[in-house]
Write a protein that binds this ligand. Sequence first.
Ligand SMILES: [Fe+2]
Length: 301
Amino acid sequence: MQPQNDNTLTGFAQQHHIEGLTQQSLQAINNGESDYSIEKARQFLHFQQRINKELLQHRIITSNAYTAWFERGNQNLQQIKAFIVQFSVFSNQFLIAQLNKMIHADTLESMRASKEILANEMGVRFKTVKPASDVQGSTEGTIEGSTFNFKAGHFEWLYNIAKHLGMRFDEIGQPRHGTRSTLFFCDELIRLYGGDNYQVSQAVSYAVENWAAAGFWGQLINGFKSFNKRNGQELPLGFFVWHDQLESQHAAHTQEELEELYFTQHLNEDEFIHYGNEMLDAVAVFWDGLNEQRYELETVH
Ligand SMILES: [Fe+2]
């Protein structure tokens, strides 16, 4: 079948009262692909309203007290060090969650998708047609046929910041450096995001993507920039800038992925919302922990 142009699909959506779906889904319905129907589209749009109300309004998405404070850029040295330590613990534990997600994949395609994220995290840059201008490399493309570089490991970008702050390698990244809240968050990530229940990990991925796209990377970058300016420092911000760029690209795909999941799998709507919230609750524990810690370090000189 011929691909329809956007105007035709918009008209098609209006005619059937299914406005709000991605072009990808509209195209599939219009093409009469199996699993795709107008009835299912209406069910999805109803589910999307539930998601908007019952998941995406989670307080850690709508208002994060720690990153709002961080953005103002008034951190003292102890506070910024403490942040790097907790983030480096999370960064390492994320590898375990991602490895488990890869192992629990139930198709070759999803195993490769998870493996790609893991390999990139450890130092295999994405390859694109146009070469990336900075050391971090591109945020899109594939790792297939790409070369491993120690310096491209995300943890090493964090270590670069730590070095600038006068910290040793053995002062970051280990579970023993994590606060109880950070470790709780990491354990939940391993249990839910890396767990063996496909529907749970899909719900959790959707929640995590929406958390990551909520703007906290930008807030952290702004905070670091003011910190640098105020202290005459040059902390290298590659880690944060790269993840910020990655997320702005992901956001567009997240909705397409959710719709594909809804149309092609038998999704349990209540469970999706339940597990998404369970993950976001753990995300909130992480940021709340950082927020308590920064109050404790307020008076330290
Ligand atoms: Fe990363």
